[in-house]
Design a protein around this ligand. Sequence first.
Ligand SMILES: [Ca+2]
Ligand SMILES: [Ca+2]
Length: 257
Amino acid sequence: MGYVCYDESAVTTPIFDNQYRIFTDKKKYREAAQACMDQGMMLTDLRDENVHYTILEKMQQQGITNENIWIGPRTVGSLLLTMSGSMATYQPFAKGEPNGDGPCVHLWNNYNGEKLNDVSCNNKYMYICEEQDDAMKNMVGLLDSLDVNEQKVKWDESGPACANKGMQLAKDNSQVAHMSLLNKLLLEDVNKDMWIDVRKQGSDIISSDGQVQSYTAFHTGQPDGNGDCIQLWSSHKHQWDDDSCTRTKGYICEEDI
Ligand SMILES: [Ca+2]
Ligand SMILES: [Ca+2]
């Protein structure tokens, strides 16, 4: 006897001609982000006040009140970035927020959803997905091209290990590339130090092909000069840290395009 499985608790509210959708099942941020992507959508950018207040109005019509709701943007260093890696242009944080208690951002029930708050991504909230625009589709493509390896190797060994898979060590030379790495680690729930294709050469930041790059994502207080290879530092939200190249860490490969 066959039957169809579906999650009855996942009530969805289509709004804006299906461009936005509110999901009322409560999930961790990464689970919510994955659920949106499984629908061909992405956690919403919440791009402006009009989108924000239309969502609040639709929720109220559905009797969804006093709820915390995940949106896509997360704090990265001092920036608030959308999942596709662009700057979040609309940031109606509550007074005193973001206070750094987590990188994930939600509509806050304390303010009837009118204000944003940063919290731990492990809280379980309802969430809002948005139909993917071109930047979101580009991000999905980047995520598919990345491969996270938890087996620990020295930095010098990480490039050849990727080459063995027909890939190369992942570059981190733009805000979008950086967000793709953070998204990948978050979606795969990996919180370990990771080598990437970034190192220091004198005062320059370079990749292994010798290309000097201007983009950096150092954690506050770094680089402090204790090594020439750059890791995504697990204890500091995977922002950059210079470290000894002979230490062993996981590594992220990308498709060699
Ligand atoms: Ca907070
Ligand atoms: Ca360091």
